[in-house]
Design a protein around this ligand. Structure first.
Ligand code: IPE
Ligand code: IPE
Ligand code: MG
Length: 253
């Protein structure tokens, strides 16, 4: 896939380092067409492929995709198993693409909740791509930010109890280090498709200063040109991190 025209207005030197996406709206996309919801999930995989190819081309080094939340287990069992089957198929069919394109595959969430046959495919993909460097593609699987925090607090408490951690040493960086995202930077940009204006338990700690974008497009109808539009608009925003505009101007000089 080549996206020459789409890159024209993007400042390649200042693309987001980490883009996170809440890929929502697969079910509604299918239902609007009189199709079973699972066909929406299948169509969503095509969008994933297109978006990954485009981001590789413009040099975004971290992409995180919210693929299955800790709350999505509450869906009907046949939808859950269809999603797991699609995930397995995706990982198997895209592993070669990851190897070819220097993509490191990574996962956040409760990996142990996944059925054994997915667990193995996930670990294989992580292992085979572990030395790749161009992009870290993270799938949030059985992921919930509050669950992630509970696990982090438990880990920290254990370390305090065993004398490995001095409570005086707890600071923001240390907390970040106990989260599933310890090996990736905080997202600069978060996109949610499907018109819902909520975060749905995604990366609550990490998005403290992330730029948020919401679009009405459903995930299967979203694509490279939409990502290009969002990135252009991101590049026009002023990220002040609590400071004033004139402070930022001085710093930039
Ligand atoms: C997102 O699409 C995919 C997952 C949550 C797994 P949905 O399945 O939530 O689609 P809608 O929101 O019902 O349309
Ligand atoms: C969020 O979408 C989770 C994923 C995209 C994987 P949901 O469809 O599960 O979110 P809610 O239930 O509408 O908040
Ligand atoms: Mg949804």
């Amino acid at each position: 896939m080549s996206f020459v025209d789409l890159t024209a207005h993007i400042e390649l030197a200042s693309v987001p380092k980490h883009l996170a996406i809440i890929m929502d709206g697969n079910g509604r996309w299918a239902q609007k067409r009189g199709l079973p919801r699972v066909e929406g999930h299948q169509a969503g995989v095509k969008t994933v492929d297109e978006v990954v190819s485009f981001l590789l081309q413009i040099g975004v080094p971290y992409l995180t995709l919210y693929s299955f939340s800790s709350e999505n287990w509450k869906r009907p069992p046949d939808e859950v198993s269809a999603l797991m089957a699609i995930l397995k198929q995706y990982l198997q069919s895209d592993l070669d693409k990851m190897l070819e394109n220097d993509i490191r595959f990574n996962v956040i969430g409760r990996l142990d909740d996944l059925p054994g046959y997915i667990h193995d495919v996930v670990l294989t993909a992580m292992d085979k791509t572990k030395n790749n460097e161009k992009m870290t593609l993270t799938l949030a699987l059985s992921y919930g930010a509050r669950d992630e925090m509970v696990r982090a607090f438990k880990g920290m408490s254990e370390d305090v109890k065993n004398g490995k951690l001095d409570p005086e040493k707890v600071d923001e960086a240390l907390i970040s280090g106990y989260l599933d995202t310890s090996n990736i930077p905080d997202p600069d940009l978060l996109i949610r498709t499907s018109g819902e204006l909520r975060i749905s338990n995604f990366m609550l700690w990490q998005i403290a200063y992330t730029e948020l974008f919401f679009t009405d497009k459903l995930w299967p109808e979203f694509g490279a040109s939409d990502v290009a539009d969002v990135i252009r608009s991101f590049q026009m925003r002023e990220r002040r991190f609590g400071m004033t505009t004139s402070q930022l101007t001085k710093r930039g000089k």
